[in-house]
Design a protein around this ligand. Structure first.
Ligand SMILES: [Zn+2]
Length: 119
């Protein structure tokens, strides 16, 4: 499989497939390793969003970027092949307080694994 074929596959797969595959890849990447007691790192898939805050309908004035990490479906809540929607469900992890988004309303925080209810 060529790099181009991999990119094309990832470009066309569902959000669920993309986030599931990347979560498995990121869990095994050395960039996601610990540095003893000093730091913990975790690669994550995230969605960066900014809003057009222009006062008139024709203007463009971008507000600040916000970032939400993409969480997978909570185990047992959806069929294994449930595609869901694009990453349009948003909320925050009650444990680590990061913004989380997902293709489903009942997701898991990709950092701590805790269930997160999204709307
Ligand atoms: Zn969390």
């Amino acid at each position: 499989m060529t790099v181009g074929e991999v990119v094309e596959y990832l470009r066309q797969c569902s959000g669920r497939e993309l986030s599931d595959m990347l979560r498995q890849v990121f869990a095994a990447r050395p960039e996601g390793g610990d540095e003893g007691r000093a730091f913990q790192h975790q690669l994550v898939l995230a969605v960066a969003t900014r809003e057009n805050v222009a006062p008139d309908d024709d203007g463009i004035e971008w507000g600040p970027w916000t970032v939400a990490v993409v969480g997978g479906a909570e185990p047992g809540e959806y069929p294994v092949d449930f595609g869901g929607e694009p990453f349009v469900q948003y909320g925050a992890c009650p444990d680590c307080q990061v913004a989380v988004c997902s293709h489903v309303k009942k997701a898991c925080c990709p950092l701590c694994g805790r269930p997160v209810s999204l709307t």
